[in-house]
Design a protein around this ligand. Structure first.
Ligand code: P71
Length: 458
């Protein structure tokens, strides 16, 4: 039986959601060209499109909003954020940004030059795009197990340190201005990175003077996995583990929209005063003055509080337990998912779910469409629609190895009953999987296809 962990909070404010009728959903889907990015949020019952910016804030965070100091320079909320960042991450310098990708843009513009190479376990899409926008090459070096959907390695987000050393030797340390580690590894399914691996990466970089920056979006979830799975850490608090993680890093980028438990916000933090000074100039140009970086004072306060709440162990036990609960219910019914589940999402394996559909018929998108038709649930395809490439010479398609559908779980938003509902809908769908037919494009934009493509049933 899937293990149930009760919510460590009660509900003070509610937001009505409505389940449309199957007939309504048919009409809505056809009008949206069978692309869930074009469906109104009001027409979605359970929204699992992303865990980013979709968290419910606590009463303490909402109270903090009223304490927003909206002075242009040096508002008091800047200092409460400084205190949280110093307590958790330990970096002496930081710059607020409006979200994660802005921190990335400022960091790479300040540290990277054309022709450079930036290694990571796996660069998230926006990180890769910002490295490339700075004229450099983004290289992914996750361990082999990280790419195998059925591998039960406890830290599938780890970087392959051997390959890191080879890369540095091959291109020369002077062309590697920094290395990154994404915790947890979103593109690899929200899989954690171990402290042993973080230490080993730092040890590989240190003799070459290459700084290590952590993409810290889901740092709190990563601390919990270390506490549960890494030898020697079961007696440590998530706070102690966080401090140890960041003691090995020279800085971090952060999207507060994940483990900052806010709807908007982010920051860039570092040890180096020189990097801080260069980055400050760019921040003022692109985001705003160094004490607000594109956010209101109240947003800074909500993030200062959310960063601390995310490390609450009762919250994390429930949070990670909720994701695992949904995964276990699906596994019990034989629904194929990526194992083990990560920290923020369950990934369906569409190729095993719909083996009768070739990738040309877009099985991941078919699953997304039918999840909505069946139960008003919104998920996102991470497969051929997102990643297939057209061969310019032959006109044929090159399909990605994995055809996944992500069910991302917003933080503190949905209850146990909601997740049971999601599992029930999915299990029903799995039972009638042979009746599901493919899709084809009616509009295929030249890039970032998944956001605006349109489809029709075959
Ligand atoms: C997610 C997102 C949000 C997203 C972003 C772009 C396209 C689709 C969805 C955002 C991340 C992330 C990591 C590891 C940096 C960002 C950017 N993830 N690093 O998973 O997961 O942060 O959105 O605040 O700019 O749905 P930002």
């Amino acid at each position: 039986m899937a293990q149930l962990i009760p919510e460590p909070y009660r509900i003070k404010s509610v937001e009505p959601i409505r389940l449309t009728t199957p007939e309504e959903r048919k009409t809505i889907l056809a009008a949206a060209g069978y692309n869930l990015f074009s469906v109104r949020s009001e027409d979605v019952y359970i929204d699992l499109l992303t865990d980013s910016g979709t968290s419910a804030m606590s009463d303490a965070q909402w109270a903090g909003l009223m304490g927003g100091d909206e002075a242009y320079a040096c508002c008091r909320n800047y200092y409460s954020l400084q205190e949280s960042i110093s307590d958790i991450f330990g970096f002496p310098y930081f710059l607020p940004t409006h979200q994660g990708r802005a921190a990335e843009k400022v960091l790479f513009a300040a540290m990277v030059k054309p022709g450079d190479v930036v290694p990571s376990n796996t660069h998230f899409d926006t990180t890769r795009a910002n490295v490339e926008a700075a004229g450099a090459q983004a290289v992914d070096l996750v361990i082999a197990e990280g790419l195998q959907p059925t591998s039960h390695h406890p830290f599938k987000g780890n970087m392959d340190v051997e390959r890191l050393l080879q890369l540095i030797e091959q291109v020369g340390a002077q062309r590697v201005p920094l290395a990154m580690l994404t915790i947890t590894n979103n593109s690899g399914g929200g899989q954690p990175v171990s402290l042993a691996n973080i230490r080993a990466v730092k040890e590989a970089l240190a003799p070459h003077g290459i700084p290590l920056f952590i993409d810290a979006c889901r740092y709190a979830e990563n601390t919990y996995f270390i506490q549960q799975r890494e030898p020697g850490y079961s007696g440590k608090t998530t706070w102690e583990i966080a401090r140890e993680i960041f003691s090995h890093a020279d800085g971090c980028t952060m999207s507060g929209k994940k483990d900052g438990l806010v709807n908007i916000g982010g920051f860039l933090a570092m040890n180096s005063q020189k990097v801080y000074q260069r980055a400050s100039q760019l921040l003022i140009l692109w985001e705003g003055f160094v004490t607000y970086g594109g956010l209101a004072g109240r947003d800074l306060e909500a993030m200062a509080r959310g960063l601390r709440e995310a490390l609450d162990e009762r919250y994390l036990v429930h949070r990670i337990g909720q994701v695992r609960y949904l995964a276990e219910r699906l596994l019990e019914a034989g629904v194929p998912i990526v194992e083990p589940p990560g920290g923020h999402a369950v990934y369906l394996d569409a190729r095993r779910f719909l083996p009768h559909l070739p990738q040309a018929e877009l099985p991941g998108q078919v699953l997304v469409v039918h999840l909505y038709l069946q139960g008003g649930i919104r998920a996102v395809e991470i497969g051929s629609v997102m990643f297939a490439r057209k061969d310019e010479t032959t006109g044929g398609w090159k399909y990605p190895e994995l055809e996944l559908v992500r069910l991302a779980i917003p933080r503190r938003v949905y209850t146990q009953t909601h997740l049971d509902y999601v599992a029930d809908v999915l299990i029903e769908l799995y039972e009638k999987r042979e009746q599901l037919h493919g899709l084809r494009y009616t509009y295929e934009p030249p890039f970032l296809r998944h956001f605006t493509a349109r489809f029709e049933p075959l």
